[in-house]
Design a protein around this ligand. Structure first.
Ligand code: IMP
Length: 200
């Protein structure tokens, strides 16, 4: 017989702390459909060309994996790691390179794959860096766009969802390295201890 405590725990997401509230903003089903359509748009623009995906670690990993499978045709991947966020929800405003690409992008059709566009400072830094390396094409796909928060003058070529100014986790996005494995994108809020709830 499940006790009250086990029933309550069954609704707690993996990694969830007592003081955190999660609310599903975009379900995995909606994400899958949108990613499929984005892949179709991208393939329409690059019908017979190899597409070189550049994932921005670590948040883009799940999005890149799904997008790559939906794209079909010739696809290769590489990854870069930069940080603009410290621990928690606050941006430091600075972008720092942690790991560069493994291979040259010169002459290639490059698609930068980002989890989320927030201030846009990370993307601005990356586009400047990559443009100097002379790719044949340089495009950007982002899953989520917090348009309201933009500081840098950058835009994605392919956008999954425009979202409000809320801190989100799941489908690759983290809060202190937790929640990346959630299938849905959820809003996380800090509440009083012991008041944990999950709203579907
Ligand atoms: P930007 O440079 O401000 O556009 O920030 C981009 C990076 O900040 C993203 O690649 C994420 O790693 C992180 N970020 C921004 N907003 C969120 C959020 O709501 N949840 C988790 N990470 C975020």
């Amino acid at each position: 017989m499940p006790t009250k405590a086990t029933k309550r725990n069954a609704r707690v997401k993996p990694g969830q702390r007592e003081e955190e509230t999660l609310r599903v903003l975009i379900s995995h089903q909606r994400i899958r459909e949108r990613v499929r359509h984005m892949a179709q748009e991208i393939r329409r623009d690059f019908p017979n060309e190899p597409v070189h995906l550049v994932g921005v670690l670590k948040g883009s990993v799940l999005f890149l994996a799904d997008l790559a499978r939906e794209l079909g045709g010739e696809v290769s991947f590489d990854f870069i790691s930069v940080s603009s966020y410290g621990k928690g929800m606050d941006s430091t405003g600075e972008v720092k390179m942690n790991k560069d690409l493994d291979v040259s992008i010169e002459g290639r059709s490059v698609l930068v794959v980002e989890d989320i566009l927030d201030t846009g400072l990370t993307l601005k830094y990356l586009l400047r860096l990559f443009e100097e390396r002379k790719p044949k094409h340089l495009r950007v796909a982002v899953l989520l766009d917090k348009v309201e928060r933009r500081i840098a003058d950058v835009k994605a070529d392919y956008t999954g969802f425009v979202i409000p100014n809320e801190f989100v986790v799941g489908y690759g996005l983290d809060y202190d390295e937790r929640y990346r494995n959630l299938p849905d994108v959820c809003v996380v809020r800090l509440g009083p201890r012991g008041k944990t709830k999950i709203e579907a």
